[in-house]
Write a protein that binds this ligand. Structure first.
Ligand code: GTP
Length: 356
């Protein structure tokens, strides 16, 4: 069984995090999110994966190589210009030799891929599309189907009061190879907006596979933070242990811990600092005396000065938060940014390093 994982998007909504780190390499509990997705595929028995990439591809290819260290076969195909979610599939057609999964590279879900495959085989459809229930379907592609699951209509981002259902496209597809025949070559094509609606209009059998699995699209900072909270709470089971977890947990002074937290290797934390709850430290972070870091995600090598406060913040690698600074809720600090001592950042600040 093969899978295509789409990893070519620019991830504009996650900027400034994605200015240096492409979205698939953004860490989830200190592991690049794409590595988690690939391990999940492997567990489901899928070890032949094609990855259409295009934005900062070297950061992805240099980490994964040919995938043999994961016991997988990975092939990257770099798009010179973005081809969209269906154009990217057409562009890798020569590598596909049968039915295949397609995964959006930014979806964290507990979906059981084997169960989805069994459902696809049961219906005999041309395509099976994973759906979940959304409280507010207006931000998603709404799917209408009959009682057998056969899809009747696709409505992309309808106004909330006009959405005909709350079942939405969750970004995991199982496609027969024949779907590729319906995608024009050599231009950008969206699978959600163009290919699926065209197949339905042509009367082809597409089926819904609706589950109540955990599901979140990591593509916005609030969702990226929320996903970590859900992992800590075990709403999204990733095996994180309560209290202090992570390879660096033994080096954390107990007086500083407000669990749950996850700590990378080589961190130095002052005994009178406060770390947590719901906080992740990457490798080699330093948390100074009296500093408070709560509900926050710090990537590798972040330095938090004495008495600084961070709450509900995301801080990319190598950034430095000066002594006494206050980082407002929802702020996102880019790679290598230096926040001067005693700065008060407004909530939801977005700060990227300026080119020197
Ligand atoms: P935003 O810019 O924040 O909207 O993020 P994005 O560019 O990643 O777009 P979106 O979240 O809609 O993309 C969904 C999935 O499709 C992600 O896994 C993207 O990496 C992927 N993707 C989107 N456009 C392309 C494309 O043109 N080529 C490839 N190969 N992948 C794409």
């Amino acid at each position: 069984m093969q899978a295509v994982v789409l990893v070519g998007g620019e991830g504009t909504r996650l900027r400034p995090l994605t200015l240096e780190t492409p979205k698939p390499m953004v860490p989830v509990m200190n592991m690049p999110f794409l590595e988690r997705t690939l391990r999940r595929l492997k567990e489901a028995g899928i070890d032949d994966v094609i990855l259409p990439a295009g934005y900062l591809p070297e950061a992805i290819t240099s980490y994964f190589g040919d995938g043999s260290w994961l016991g997988m076969r990975l092939r990257f195909v770099i798009e010179a210009t973005p081809l969209g979610t269906a154009g990217a599939l057409k562009n890798v057609e020569q590598f596909i030799d049968g039915p295949f999964f397609v995964l959006n590279g930014d979806v964290l879900t507990s979906l059981d891929l084997r169960a989805m495959l069994a459902d696809h085989q049961r219906t005999g459809g041309l395509a099976t599309i994973h759906l979940i229930h959304a409280d507010d379907p207006s931000a998603f592609g709404v799917v209408v189907h009959d009682s057998s699951g056969r899809i009747l209509d696709f409505i992309e981002k309808p106004p909330r009061d006009q959405a005909p259902s709350n079942e939405v496209n969750a970004g995991t597809y199982l496609l027969e190879r024949e779907v590729l025949d319906a995608i024009p070559a050599g231009r950008p094509v969206s699978i959600e907006r163009e290919t699926f609606p065209a197949l339905i209009a042509a009367g082809r059998p597409l089926y819904a596979y609706t589950t109540d699995d955990y599901w979140i699209d990591l593509g916005r900072p609030e969702a990226y933070l929320a996903a970590h909270r859900h992992i800590f709470d075990n709403t999204m089971p990733l095996g994180v242990v309560p209290g202090v977890d992570g390879p660096g947990r033994d080096a954390v002074p107990p007086s500083a811990v407000r669990g749950p937290i996850f700590v990378g290797n080589g961190c130095r934390i002052a005994p009178d600092a406060v770390v947590g709850p719901y906080t992740v430290l990457g490798d080699n972070c330093e948390i100074g005396p009296g500093a408070v870091v709560a509900d926050s995600l710090l990537w590798d090598g972040v330095v938090v000065g004495a008495g600084a406060h961070l709450n509900t913040a995301i801080v990319a690698s190598r950034a430095r938060i000066g002594a006494g600074a206050r980082v407002g809720a929802g702020s996102v600090i880019g790679h290598g940014v230096s926040v001067p001592a005693n700065t008060q950042l407004a909530p939801d600040a977005r700060i990227a390093a300026t080119a020197s």
